[in-house]
Design a protein around this ligand. Structure first.
Ligand code: ADP
Ligand code: MG
Length: 440
């Protein structure tokens, strides 16, 4: 499906230009392709309207050229919002729009929309403290935790609250890979001075997913100087990562050291009560009438991460409203069967076997300590998938791959994440393996 969609994107680039494709078409996510129709998810209603008004004819032609005639169906999946809108201008109330600020805060990621549970209580309290007195108490604030557990939400909330208290504050919010890419662009255009200046004058710098700085020596060096300049002037720095600083592979010692200067807070997966509370809040926000027993059912069966929990609620809500039927536990079982099935049936063996057959290697080699490249990359993919699909701990994954150290597994996971992020072809490969594991 991804390959087909990529072909459609290329066909479209010839019609409307690569820039427009990047801006409006690439953010759409194909979820279903049949012989008659394609379902595309968009981050919000506005996005769908824009695409329909401006690019529908071109999109139809592109699809026609690659796949033949298909009906195009659009739906909103607002979990795409955060990932897909790293716009370079500040998209927050008009009062703040004219100021030169870096990055975009996600509107709905506020403290008011954040559910506090035992899993995130400490991180939440420290985020509140920082928002109240930026630069004074914990600097930097370093928040770490697994994917989809609310790090981005929490640090956006800090940015919102600082701006609420002081509309003139210069808040920069960006992901570390945007920082990497902007620096690369600046170097290419011989504009590193402007790049430096841009960051040195902010009051608050929020850098999301600093694990993406791994092995980026030049960027790390630049960030090191930015960090020092801000810290000296007591400007607040907020960082997030998927691991503890010392577990970020390929991070320079002096940066790691600074990341530990302030306060480190973790976010753990939410317990079942917190999951129910999150569903309740989300349903309220989306205007979905969610019966308690359905919330309890979802919370009991989807315990991996909050993003997935929310995604299943959105899907369920959309299905029920589209078909005008009430939201019941039976409907949830039916609509979410793929997610629920995957949960009960997948094992580490399934993942290892699927990877072996995909790459034509032997199971014994995958589990061995051999370092040849044709085994090493599939092994890293398998480790990544064990982490993603089974939420196994790093040491447990190390144990089933020839007794490797947990740091090796952490490194493998971050290498695969980064490559997927940078290389759509590689991402498609990993997703193909994932689908094979799920049995479709
Ligand atoms: P991360 O950055 O850790 O990968 P996000 O902050 O993107 O995770 O969270 C994923 C989704 O889950 C977001 O839509 C976020 O609003 C939601 N979410 C996570 N934790 C909470 C929470 N405690 N309360 C409300 N929503 C949450
Ligand atoms: Mg995040």
């Amino acid at each position: 499906m991804i390959e087909n969609w990529n072909l459609v994107l290329s066909a479209l680039a010839d019609r409307i230009g690569a820039q427009e494709v990047d801006k409006w078409i690439r953010p759409l996510r194909p979820t279903v392709m049949t012989a008659t129709a394609i379902r595309l998810q968009a981050p919000n209603k506005f996005f769908i309207d824009c695409v329909s008004d401006n690019y529908l004819a071109a999109l139809r032609e592109g699809v026609m050229e690659v796949l033949g005639p298909r009906q195009l169906l659009f739906e909103v999946n607002d979990t795409l919002q955060g990932e897909l809108f790293p716009l370079k201008s500040l998209a927050r109330g008009s009062a703040t729009q004219s100021r030169p600020t870096i990055g975009t805060l996600v509107q709905k990621y506020t403290f008011a929309n954040f559910v506090v549970g035992a899993n995130n209580q400490f991180a939440h309290a420290t985020a509140r403290a920082v928002a109240k007195q930026p630069g004074e108490q914990y600097n930097p604030l370093f928040i770490y935790g697994g994917a989809g557990l609310g790090k981005t939400h929490l640090v956006n909330a800090i940015g919102h609250q600082i701006l609420d208290r002081n509309a003139g504050a210069q808040v920069a919010y960006l992901s570390a890979d945007t920082f990497v890419n902007d620096l690369i662009t600046a170097i290419r255009r011989d504009r590193t001075d402007q790049f430096k200046q841009r960051f040195r004058h902010v009051d608050v710098l929020i850098l999301d997913d600093v694990q993406f700085l791994a092995s980026r020596e030049r960027t790390q060096e630049e960030f090191f100087h930015t960090f020092n300049a801000l810290h000296e002037r007591r400007r607040q720095i907020v960082l997030t990562s998927d691991t503890f600083p010392k577990d970020i592979a390929g991070l320079a010692e002096r940066l790691r050291n600074r990341f530990e200067w302030g306060l480190i807070a973790d976010i753990q997966p939410p317990d079942v009560e917190t999951r129910i509370a999150i569903l309740g809040k989300k349903a309220e926000y989306e205007g979905i009438a969610l019966p308690g027993e359905v919330a309890a059912f979802l919370a009991a069966h989807i315990d991996s991460n909050v993003r997935e929990l929310e995604g299943s609620l959105t899907r369920l809500g959309a299905y029920a409203s589209l078909h005008r039927i009430p939201l019941t536990v039976d409907l949830a079982k039916q609509v979410l069967q793929d997610i629920l099935k995957r949960e009960v049936t997948i094992s580490a063996d399934d993942i290892q076997n699927a990877v072996c057959s995909q790459f034509s290697i032997r199971l014994a080699d995958l589990r061995s300590k051999r370092r040849t490249r044709n085994v090493a990359v599939p092994r890293q993919i398998a480790m990544y998938l064990c982490r993603k699909l089974l939420q196994s701990s790093y040491p447990a994954i190390g144990a089933i791959f020839g007794g490797r150290d947990h740091s090796t597994v952490i490194h493998a996971v971050s290498v695969i994440q980064r490559r997927m992020h940078e290389d759509p072809g590689f991402q498609a490969t990993v997703e193909r393996v994932e689908r094979a594991i799920a049995g479709d």
